[in-house]
Ligand binder design. Structure first.
Ligand code: IP8
Length: 259
């Protein structure tokens, strides 16, 4: 099985609250469908999650009553987004159903863990793709926390026999520096822990779950001898599809784990 995270920067416009990129999602769903591969999709929250989460400091857990309505609103917004993603999947011919992460996962001090995953495992066995997403999730010690799509990818990779994990973002991969600020920035085709430690790169939009470096760390944690973790640009026409077909494309591959 392959797991794919459709990043919030690809499926939404992160600079505008609740702006869904329908055409792009439709196109990506078609590329996934055309691959004919056994795929599980996770998606980010983009501007349906990060705007309010940041405004109310939801990533730090419960600290004031004023956060409660925001926590509810974010969960409303992310479900709305997920339904729109699933609509595009069904239209592309993928039998998919949105599954809120809080229904099968729980957090403790920011660490995400499986709570009751029987339903998602059964959905997969039926041939229905459970689609889960970055969201506000209850946390045993902090009240609530932000569960990112990247954390879900890590937990799902352990739960299923995942051969490849693909992170679809709005950048070509990891650069030696921020390419928007530094003309000499060079794209890295392959990254290990040593390279990552040398790099300080920022994502274009500040978000509550970290930028490209923390994504790369999650990817390295997930990478094993038998599992490649790949960061690929989903805003470039056909690139995800080409990667799924096994073609060589511009991307960054995380290798060698975190040790
Ligand atoms: O977009 C963040 O998930 P991500 C979830 O995968 C929220 O980082 C609610 C901000």
């Amino acid at each position: 099985m392959i797991i794919i995270k459709l990043g919030g920067s690809v499926i939404t416009d992160k600079s505008q609250y609740r702006k869904f990129n329908r055409e792009r999602v439709s196109d990506l769903c078609r590329q996934i469908k055309d691959s004919g591969l056994d795929v599980l999709v996770v998606h980010g929250a983009g501007s349906f999650g990060h705007v309010l989460a940041k405004q109310y400091g939801l990533q730090n857990g419960f600290s004031s009553e004023g956060q409660i309505m925001a926590a509810a609103q974010v969960q409303y917004d992310t479900r709305d987004l997920s339904q729109m993603v699933v609509r595009e999947m069904i239209d592309a011919g993928i039998p998919a159903v949105s599954v809120a992460p809080g229904s099968c996962f729980v957090m403790d001090g920011g660490r995400l863990m499986a709570n009751d995953t029987e339903a998602i495992e059964r959905l997969c066995r039926l041939g229905i793709m459970p689609v889960t997403f970055g969201d506000v999730v209850t946390d045993r010690s902090k009240g609530f926390g932000i569960c990112s799509g990247d954390q879900l990818m890590e937990v799902l990779a352990d739960l299923f026999d995942v051969k490849k994990a693909i992170f679809v973002s709005d950048i070509d991969g990891l650069y030696t520096a921020d390419p928007k600020k530094d003309k000499k920035a060079r794209l890295l085709g392959c990254v290990d822990l040593e390279t990552l430690q040398k790099i300080k790169s920022e994502s274009s939009v500040d978000d509550v779950t970290g930028g490209v470096v923390s994504k790369m760390e999650a990817m390295l944690r997930m990478s094993t001898e038998d599992r490649d973790c790949i960061l690929v640009n989903g805003t470039v026409d056909g690139r995800l599809g080409a990667l799924l077909r096994g073609e060589t494309v511009t991307c960054t591959i995380a290798r060698g784990g975190m040790k």
